[in-house]
Ligand binder design. Sequence first.
Ligand code: DX5
Ligand code: ZN
Length: 217
Amino acid sequence: MTVRINPSILSADFVNLHDDIETIASADLVHVDVMDNHFVPNLTFGPQMVGRIQDVSPIPLDVHLMIDDPDRWAPGYAELGAYSVTFHAEAAADAVGLARRLRQIGSRAGIALKPGTPVEPYLDLLAEFDQVLVMTVEPGFGGQSFMPETMPKLRLLREAVVRTGLDVWLQVDGGITESTIAFAAESGADTFVAGSSVFSSPDRAAQIDALRSAALA
Ligand code: DX5
Ligand code: ZN
């Protein structure tokens, strides 16, 4: 089974971001949380910062947009060269049209679902996306507890991916630790965002390995 570990730099030291990104070079992608203080009650950074992160990062970028009006703003992140751009279903006016634009620019296109957003409307649209992100906490902050009640959505997604044979990554984000990752993996996730559990560790490479092993256990 493929397991991708994407550390979230939301829990990194923003003043020493370049050094912190170097410490996670053994991960698969660097998860970049863009927040606009409207879609979520928190604010991080925008395209200028993400462009610089893209310049210096040793691994590709997995951009998670927690912003209003992604139809307007998401293509700009694809144009910066982000490997993957994920926007929220709740915020997009035309999710399929936006995903098509992101792919046309050259990024993988992801759609994210908040814990209370049902997955059913997207099961027949999986061919339009390269990734579905099932939020396992309410978006906005790192360090929250994993919500096991979101796992039935992953099971439905995994069934649909197996049935269709599509190459859609199933990502979880929020509260992923050595104790929760196996349950998420067993429920169908293959791509794991981990913020506080990686960056609170003194040895990030060892923690990335530990998460990878725990997911496969
Ligand atoms: C939350 C962000 C997450 C966050 C996860 O809204 O989307 O990526 O960094 O942090 P942890 O892993 O600490 O729950
Ligand atoms: Zn995120």
